[in-house]
Design a protein around this ligand. Structure first.
Ligand code: BYC
Ligand code: FE
Ligand code: FE
Length: 471
């Protein structure tokens, strides 16, 4: 399915034949570009970046690479090819044909899901806007900008749905997404994790590993939706998401590798004097970003999620591949909760545990990267291992929001927590140290001392390629 690049807004949804929608989107486009100039990557609007652009939505064959200025990136609207005779896969309407329009009774819920998803996309660009100044290499700088332009495109994807299917309300919501800003005290982003600045590159890799992975799971569950345009939009977004998580996983791995080399060469765990990030600090960053990302899945027991599922709006991860009744009327699921002063597990009806079900898929997925990072330590004969903290650690949403535990899950009272939490979460000193390492390296083929170079470059090119032309 080819993408029409002759249009002002590249698309494969036949925008040329839909005057009303095209006009709505064309009047939103300058606002988007204004937002990008004000709150997108700071200081790099005029440089040429070796970016990947979508040219087709066929699996495998969609990427075109070339140097472009970010403002000239062709943000557009790309949906995967419709699946012939697709049926609703779960919930009360299971087996009926999918919807090509929004049913009146589900309008409010669908709008809310799309707005929540859409709100996160520009939020992440805002959070990352200063990182370009301190990139450890041109390769990393390019990856940051690739992630940023694609998050911008994800916003286009959600705005298309709002403007095409939700009339006036949708247009208003699309405008409001550009008016809320990450960390704005008066008009903050909707979800907690999207209001924190991403202050340094270790935080950026952690964010793309953990928080973009929440994105993967949320998009995958929306990719099962009975509302077919939403499902098809999310399916294409998922192909872009894979690169974001690669940036995170390989970024953390390269930091761990550099730390391990310094530990071995200098025969010490205290690598800070040698310009490396000690494993303790890396672990505290993991603890923070993982726990904040767990919160993004919502409450363990959720009647909202049950209603979304029954209505066919939001499914489980890989819903169609699961072998059960896809109604969840008689099954149970173990969910963590707080009982008698400690975290424990309880059996609840599966239909009420859907947020938790998705969170558990996410947890398993997160553990895989940890194992790969630990392999690096093992290869350097280091006995310390990185780990994921307990599910109840540092939570603000759900069953554990009012309680405190150690990373091992041992209950603490308020006072103990206040005294000890700095051992487990990045302290101001940690952040100041990491920040002191963030000196930009912009020479071709060079890399900062706190991170190892990648084993290979982008698109088959070497690491020392000029991924960003600065002058
Ligand atoms: N913060 O029934 P509950 C991404 C509220 S990341 C604040 O437990 P529900 C990306 C909730 O609104 C993926 N409030 O949860 C990554 C509700 O309020 P009401 C983003 C929260 O409704 C990196 C109440 O608590 N996508 O793409 O099932 C870079 C009880 O709610 C939070 C999505 O999130 C929270 N964390 O909501 C770029 C998908 N959690 O109704 C991009 C769309 C819950 O009582 N959203 N509340 O007033 C959803 O699917 C769902 O709305 C949620 C869970 C996953 C957020
Ligand atoms: Fe995204
Ligand atoms: Fe992403």
């Amino acid at each position: 399915m080819r993408i029409d690049y002759g249009e002002r807004i590249p698309n494969n949804v036949g925008l040329g034949d839909d005057r009303r929608l095209r006009r709505a989107l064309e009047s939103w486009q300058p606002r988007f570009l204004g937002w990008w100039q004000d709150l997108g990557p700071e200081g790099f609007q005029d440089v040429d970046v070796y970016l990947r652009t979508a040219v087709s939505v066929e699996p495998g064959g969609w990427a075109h690479f070339g140097h472009v200025k970010m403002l000239d990136y062709r943000w557009g609207i790309f949906l995967t090819v419709p699946e012939k005779d697709r049926q609703i896969g779960f919930g009360e309407d299971k087996g009926l044909p999918v919807w090509t329009q929004v049913p009146g009774e589900h309008r409010a819920d669908l709008r809310r899901l799309i707005v929540t998803q859409g709100d996160t996309e520009p939020a992440s660009v805002e959070q990352q806007r200063l990182l370009g100044r301190t990139a450890p290499s041109l390769y990393d700088l390019r990856n940051l900008f690739q992630v940023n332009v694609e998050e911008g495109r994800h916003l286009w994807a959600m705005v298309y749905l709002l403007q095409a299917y939700f009339g006036r309300d949708g247009r208003d919501e699309a405008d409001m997404i550009l008016e809320r800003h990450a960390g704005d005290p008066d008009r903050p982003r909707i979800l907690g994790a999207f209001n924190e600045l991403t202050p340094d590159w270790l935080a950026f890799y952690m964010f793309t590993y953990f928080t973009d992975r929440d994105g993967k799971y949320q998009l995958a569950s929306l990719a099962e939706s009975a509302f077919d345009p939403l499902a098809r939009t999310c399916r294409f977004m998922l192909t872009e998401e894979a690169h974001h998580m690669f940036v995170g996983e390989s970024g953390v791995k390269r930091v761990v590798q550099r730390t391990a080399e310094l530990m071995r060469d200098q025969d010490t765990v205290d690598v800070r004097p040698f310009g490396g990030i000690d494993l303790g600090t890396i672990q505290r960053y993991i603890n923070f970003h993982y726990s904040v990302s767990l919160d993004l899945f919502g409450g363990e027991r959720s009647t909202n999620a049950a209603a979304y599922y029954n209505a066919g709006l939001k499914g489980r991860y890989n819903e169609t591949k699961i072998n059960d009744d896809h109604l969840l009327s008689e099954t149970f699921q173990l969910v963590p909760e707080w009982r008698d002063g400690a975290p424990t597990m309880a059996d609840v009806p599966a239909i009420n545990a859907l947020n938790e079900c998705l969170r558990q898929d996410f947890v398993r997925d997160c553990a895989r990267g940890l194992a790969r990072w630990n392999t690096v330590l093992e290869e350097h004969a280091i006995i310390t291992r990185l780990s994921l903290p307990h599910i109840a650690f540092n939570r603000r949403i759900g069953n554990f929001a009012d309680y405190h535990v150690t990373p091992e899950g041992v209950p603490l009272d308020e006072e103990q927590w206040a005294e000890q939490c700095h051992e487990w979460l990045p302290s101001d000193k940690d952040k100041a140290f990491v920040s002191s390492l963030m000196q930009p390296v912009t020479e071709r083929g060079k890399i900062a001392g706190w991170i190892a170079p990648p084993p290979r470059g982008i698109d088959g090119l070497p690491f020392d390629y000029e991924y960003v032309r600065l002058f």
